[in-house]
Design a binder for this molecule. Structure first.
Ligand code: URA
Length: 434
């Protein structure tokens, strides 16, 4: 197998066969193919796409690069949720304990780190002092069965090819590709050994796939290929034309998740979390009316049971729950700067993608894989699309330990907001399930 000829074939828009895709991924894992050739191949896929057989072969190749988990409790419904990525998307931190608190499913969740402009669940969890995301697969399974949920990162034996390809795509601008997203998400989720998968397919300018029509295509493909591997898949298309909720940044998002888990917090985060968790329980029990499921989940947020479940998970995974119970214990960012609106008007649009990059500038994400994240860094939005803003109203608060970065950004960040003189309707939180 010559990588060069496969790159050329894909570049010309021709389909690769199953063996070629398998050999390419295998050779990359054995370091027989360098990053630059794999990057060229990924870029060719980015422009030329993959047909259904190629996508299946690509999922297979990543899946077979590692082990697959099997859960032995035949009476339990194991389910997970995965998001296609967004800004301020802290739903996993709420959905996992909420589903656990219902006692109707068990959630073995394997999450990722920040990718491009988007945040990652692992980085958010690791902002909790002591929280360990590196459990062995044995410990992961044991905890899932014992308490109903475990939250970890990818291990070296579970889809290691995705770990390597994900990192490469992150730095070669090849994330925004439907076949590559299908391969990355589905391989991981199939390897988890779950029965049901809820997919949060984000649409809008903060999503990797921003156009609605393409988000639908992604949702349908994820469902088609997931079902092909025996999973019950429920994609839900949700809004990412603005950050989800108010807070962006790792610890800040943990704080907002705690609010929602205690029956408070922004409506957008509560609504999206409830909608996705309800779909998860509906996959487990398709005959149950969705209204009834939703009522049960609302009660679990309002009566503190979901919050208690989160504390249980954190404690089990070595995290210090004292700073969750008493948030003043957490050291805040050194520089907290309030940014005021320079004009009055109604917010018509927010450049969500750019805000995601701004959060990285403040220290909340990585520019290179080796960068260290500052868990305290990020921002808080005080206004969203459709909100009326007066001149000098506080629009956004920046949190950073890097004074220069925060001060530099404070001069330009209001440009991420477009204002209108006319009333603007608020975008829905959830568009449709597929
Ligand atoms: N999330 C993933 O796990 N993979 C992608 O390719 C995009 C989002």
């Amino acid at each position: 197998m010559l990588a060069y000829t496969l790159i050329e074939k894909k570049q010309a828009g021709k389909a690769l066969d199953k063996a070629e895709i398998r050999d390419l991924v295998d050779a990359y894992m054995k370091k027989e193919i360098p990053d630059y050739q794999m990057s060229a191949f990924l870029m060719a896929v980015y422009f030329r796409g993959m047909n259904a057989d190629e996508i299946s072969a690509y999922i297979d190749a990543i899946l077979n690069s590692g082990r697959r988990i099997t859960f032995s409790d035949k009476d339990t419904y194991y389910a997970d949720k995965h998001s296609t990525g967004g800004v301020g998307d802290k739903v996993s931190l709420i959905l996992a304990p909420l589903a656990m608190a219902s006692g109707r499913v068990k959630v073995p969740m394997i999450s990722g780190r920040g990718l491009g402009h988007s945040g990652g669940t692992l980085d958010k969890l690791e902002s909790i002092p002591g929280f360990r995301t590196d459990l062995s697969l044995k410990a992961f399974k044991k905890q899932t069965d014992a308490i109903g949920c475990a939250l970890i990162g990818q291990t070296d034996d579970l889809c290691p090819a995705d770990k390597k390809l994900y990192a490469l795509r992150d730095v070669t601008a090849t994330v925004r590709s439907i076949p590559l997203i299908c391969g990355s998400i589905l391989s991981k989720k199939i390897a988890e050994g779950i029965h049901g998968l809820v997919l949060d397919v984000k649409t809008g300018n903060g999503a990797f796939i921003d156009q609605y029509k393409e988000s639908v295509e992604l949702a349908d493909k994820l469902k088609y290929f997931g079902e092909h591997y025996g999973l019950s898949v429920r994609p839900v298309i949700t809004d990412m034309s603005q950050p989800l909720g108010n807070k962006i940044g790792n610890w800040l998002e943990v704080e907002e998740s705690l609010d929602v888990l205690q029956g408070k917090g922004p409506e957008a985060v509560r609504e999206v979390s409830l909608a996705l968790t309800a779909q998860m329980l509906s996959l487990a029990d398709p005959d149950r009316p969705e209204k009834e499921i939703r009522k049960e989940l609302e009660a679990l947020l309002d009566n503190g049971k979901a919050y208690e479940a989160f504390l249980t998970i954190v404690e089990k995974q070595g995290g210090d729950i004292r700073c969750l119970q008493n948030r003043e214990r957490y050291t805040p960012a050194k520089h907290i700067i309030e940014i005021k609106a320079r004009r009055a008007g109604t917010i018509a649009a927010i450049d969500t993608y750019q805000l995601g990059l701004d959060a990285i500038t403040l220290g909340a994400g990585r520019r290179a894989m080796t960068d260290k994240i500052n868990p305290r860094a990020g921002m808080e939005l005080h206004r969203h699309i459709g909100d009326r803003v007066g001149r000098d109203d506080v629009l956004i608060t920046l949190y950073s330990d890097d004074k220069d970065a925060a001060e530099k950004l404070s001069g330009s960040i209001t440009q991420r907001f477009r204002f209108s003189e006319k009333p603007i309707s608020k975008p829905p939180y959830v568009y449709e399930k597929r």
